[in-house]
Design a protein around this ligand. Structure first.
Ligand SMILES: Nc1ncnc2c1ncn2[C@@H]1O[C@H](COP(=O)(O)OP(=O)(O)OP(=O)(O)O)[C@@H](O)[C@H]1O
Ligand SMILES: [Mg+2]
Length: 224
């Protein structure tokens, strides 16, 4: 389970301070896929970056599996980010010069490779329906397939939290629906908490529920 309380983020600029999040409280339960909606500039990416430990909040609390992450030092924070959180971006962001299977195994290359782990990238690829395409290079895959590779890569550490920022933004509506259906299936089956930002109302409707950000506040679906 993931819980955030009173989360605030401001970006100080030369002439002004941008209040990107003004106190967001939310609980994400294991096995639940939550859609994050809101217009451009409402704070979706800011919220995902804080939950993904890519940035630190100005104020508030983030509890990941009972641990307060905003207080952790740089080293521990990097560990949490790598092992407990999986992130998928709008662009699959695959490395073009290595195969799909190698891309999925990439997070492990920062670790000592242990024998028992050697099978995991292939397992994750078959989880997303690409068992037969591990040897292809990213440019030899469709946009939807590349995004499925990115999802497989996000799952190799068996994260408790899966975050996605407009993961279907570059896909047509049919592929977008397939990716959302895949998220929902994986999240329920593997008891992952997921927060997926989207501009698309139809796709948001495929999630278990939606939360709505407006001007740095949750106007719908927040907790407390
Ligand atoms: N690094 C930064 N420095 C200053 N302001 C920023 C920074 N990043 C984001 N902002 C501002 O914070 C607010 C929230 O931005 P954010 O990227 O979270 O919005 P978003 O909901 O993801 O929008 P979009 O749908 O366009 O991706 C915006 O006003 C934006 O201009
Ligand atoms: Mg954004």
């Amino acid at each position: 389970m993931v819980e955030i309380r009173g989360l605030k983020k401001s970006y100080p600029l030369a002439a002004e301070t941008v209040e990107a999040l003004r106190g967001v409280s939310l609980v994400l339960r294991a096995g639940e896929m939550v859609a994050l909606v809101g217009s451009s500039g409402s704070g979706k990416t800011t919220l995902l970056n804080l939950l993904g430990c890519l940035d630190r909040p100005t104020d508030g609390v983030i509890l990941l599996e009972g641990q307060e992450v905003q207080a952790l030092g740089e080293h521990r924070l990097a560990e949490v980010r790598r092992r407990q959180v999986g992130i998928v971006f709008q662009d699959a962001a695959l490395i073009p010069t290595i195969t799909a299977l190698e891309n999925v195994g990439l997070p492990f290359s920062f670790d000592r490779w242990s024998g028992e782990r050697a099978e995991i990238p292939a397992q994750m690829l078959s989880l997303v329906g690409l068992a037969d395409k591990g040897g292809r290079y990213p440019e030899e895959l469709s946009g939807g397939e590349r995004q499925r590779v990115a999802i497989a890569r996000a799952l190799v550490y068996r994260p408790s939290l899966l975050l996605a920022d407009e993961p279907t933004g570059n896909l047509d509506s049919e592929n977008g629906r397939r990716i959302f259906a895949l998220f929902r299936e994986l999240v329920a089956k593997h008891r992952i908490a997921a927060l997926v930002a989207t501009h698309n109302k139809d796709l948001a409707g495929m999630a278990d529920r939606s939360v709505h950000l407006r001007d740095g506040r949750l106007v719908d679906g927040g907790d407390r």
